[in-house]
Design a protein around this ligand. Sequence first.
Ligand SMILES: *Cc1c(COP(=O)(O)O)cnc(C)c1O
Length: 315
Amino acid sequence: MDYFRSQFSDLLSYQFTPVQEFHHPVLHEAGVRLIIKREDLNHPFISGNKWWKLKYNLEEAHRQKQKTLLTFGGAFSNHVYATAAAAREAGFGSIGIIRGEEVLPLNATLRFAQSCGMKLYFISREAYRKKSEADFIADLGERFGNFYLIPEGGSNALAVKGSAGFTLTLSSLSYDYLYLAAGTGGTIAGIIAGTDAAKQIVGVSALKGNFLQQEVEGLLHVYEKAEGISVNNKNWNILNNYHHGGYAKVTPALLAFIKETKESYNLPLDPIYTGKVLWAILEEAKAGLFRKGSTILMIHTGGLQGTAAYKELLV
Ligand SMILES: *Cc1c(COP(=O)(O)O)cnc(C)c1O
């Protein structure tokens, strides 16, 4: 039997990952405790939330007897990287439709995707905007034949389901606030669906703008419809003011913060998502926004691969 195909069942289960206690003078001052669920350690290549989001999609593609996964993303996309790795492990072919012009040599993210056998096609930003339209998808079908389509960022009803399932691994933890990064919103939608309303769930948007609330509500509806259930948890909100300039934008202060967090606190963070989350938690603590004596749980959603591609860009 194909080696990677034999790994398929492993890909469908949640892994045990550690919880790291994070001490920091700002938190001490605010009288709160911060624990970090290290989901970045759940898989070497399909890291963090990308695993949860892909797992039921892999199963569904398998059930449909599809041979190829097709998805979309930017040149630094953790989702493209994870999908390429998952396709290889589960024995699918893969196609990545990449936003923007091809830049050679390819960056570390795309080199890795290609090394997993993913075929990359670059399309203009204009064309990319049409990626959810029926005509565009029909054209892809003519060009590539049958495939299992996973939307940008992997966010669909099955991704929400996988993220909801992940919350079972948090059931032994005691906390009052749950913080995580949000991009397309599929992950936080699942966390909302899987968490009891006694906890305040906070998404830190990695993007500029304030459309995420609506995106998350939309994904929750899609999930409710697909599963025939209703999600009544309203105890969540999105913070839109910690994006540091927008998606994949950074500030020197943010990069310095990430460096210090790694060196002094033994916590690796990425500049696109998780670095912005810890930054937000410390800022909110400074502003006295947490109840004294409470515990904050931060989910480390992974994405550390992006740092490598980023460094190439910065040097
Ligand atoms: C993709 C990603 C996110 C965003 O997840 P969404 O479901 O798109 O909101 C958050 N953190 C990391 C590390 C990611 O790679």
